[in-house]
Write a protein of this length. Structure first.
Ligand SMILES: Cc1ncc(COP(=O)(O)O)c(C=O)c1O
Length: 399
């Protein structure tokens, strides 16, 4: 029984998550661990289910963008190490301490405040990964002097423990490797300076999916596996290189809510941008831009019906969208695939991204709380979560 009433849902294939972790496991040196990046609710796939599957498949730890995302994982019973990759206000260290979540830091003042908060509250020390900015221009220390200052502050903070050092690549998914190599050299120089200063280095990590594919020898203690975990390539170029074979985990499905066959021309949706001709069948689907199904797909995107492509006609509305079917083909409740495979056809997230002028990362991230996630393992449904109602299966179906 499904804990949702509207027949529009995301399916996540947990076997694909497992395969992708195993693929990276065999692509990397044995000594390199895998930190599964499940920020943004597991890139729209669902952080808890994906995180658990990644850990069960050989990942060693999880990473999120913000502490709130780590809270969800701990509440779901996940005990593995979790690193927050983004900024955490110093006063929130109390939560990190209670939940044993590691934080990213790059600033001495932050460390002083965080240490004070923890001392005053009499809490356990928090693990801190120092972020170095080697060419991303986002978070992190940029010079060796800054790095040394931050390390000294950290060492003088009894309630903070230095557990990691990392950097993030800006262009590792591109054919021109100049920037990535320069970033790696800068990172190596930082590590060397620390060694020369007699510092014992903690966990070292720098590779995202693209760098892990292109430069597995830069794996150090761990990679941070994001997009590849979900079976997507970081760029069309990385897909073309085909160094690793990844399996996409996500499909987006719905069922026809209404069908009409034109006996005379009628216009479809806001703006009347499409006119159905006599004999054409138009099916209405219960999904729209308020679900994260982009309005940019209006009169451009396609869906799969009976294993063949059918065009989206008219503008995508807030909650509904129309497709054109072969005359007489469609019935209410018939299944339509919006992203993913049906028969031999596939609408990949890469295709959708290209159509709407973005990257594949954004397409699943856009699918929001209105869409339930249904999890499959060995072809069997193993869980459902509906973020809108915060309900897990089982629940009386609403039909
Ligand atoms: C700091 C950091 N590390 C790792 C990742 C994972 O990157 P990817 O999804 O390209 O593997 C991200 C994602 O944006 C990130 O911000």
């Amino acid at each position: 029984m499904k804990p949702f009433c509207r027949d529009t849902w995301v399916e996540v294939d947990l076997d694909a998550i497992r395969t992708n972790v195993e693929t990276f496991r065999s692509h990397l040196p044995k000594s390199t661990g895998i930190m599964a990046v499940v920020k943004a609710d597991g890139y729209g796939h669902g952080a808890v289910h994906v995180g658990k599957e990644a850990l069960a498949s050989g990942a060693n730890s999880l990473a999120v963008a913000m502490l709130d995302e780590a809270i969800i994982l701990r509440e779901a019973g996940i005990e593995a190490p979790i690193l927050v990759l983004g900024y955490t206000p110093a006063e929130s260290v109390e939560i990190a301490s209670r939940l044993r979540v590691e934080l990213t830091a790059y600033n001495s003042d932050w460390m002083i405040h965080a240490n004070e908060f923890l001392q005053q509250a009499g809490l356990e020390a928090v693990g801190v990964h120092i972020k170095t900015d080697t060419g991303m221009g986002r978070l992190g220390v940029r010079t060796s002097e800054e790095l040394m200052r931050v390390v000294s502050t950290l060492e003088a903070s009894p309630k903070l423990t230095w557990t990691g050092i990392f950097t993030h690549f800006a262009c590792a998914d591109e054919p021109d490797t100049t920037h990535a190599r320069r970033q790696h050299e800068t990172f190596q120089a930082f590590l060397q300076d620390l060694r020369h200063a007699g510092k014992k280095l903690p966990m070292i990590h720098c590779c995202n999916t693209a760098a892990a594919i292109a430069f597995p020898e830069w794996g150090y203690d761990s990679i941070r596996l994001g997009i590849g975990l979900y079976g997507l390539y970081p760029s069309p170029y990385m897909k073309e290189r085909a160094d690793v074979s990844l399996v996409p985990a996500l499909s987006l499905k719905t069922r026809i809510a209404h069908v009409k066959t034109a006996t005379e021309p009628f216009t479809v949706s806001y703006g009347a941008t499409y006119c159905a001709q006599p004999g054409e069948q138009v099916a209405t689907l219960p999904i729209g831009y308020a679900d994260g199904f982009s309005r940019l797909l209006s009169n451009r995107g396609e869906a799969l019906y009976n294993g063949t492509r059918v065009p989206i006609v008219g503008r995508v509305c807030m909650d509904q969208v129309m497709v054109r079917l072969e005359p007489g083909a469609g019935q209410v409740n018939d299944e339509i695939v919006l992203y993913g495979k049906q028969g031999d056809e596939e609408i990949s997230l890469d295709e959708v991204a290209a159509l709407i002028g973005t990257i594949n990362y954004e397409v699943p991230c856009m699918l929001n709380y209105r869409i339930p996630r249904v999890y499959f393992q060995s072809g069997e449904e193993v869980g459902v979560f509906h973020p809108l109602t915060m309900k897990h299966a089982p629940l009386e179906r609403c039909k």
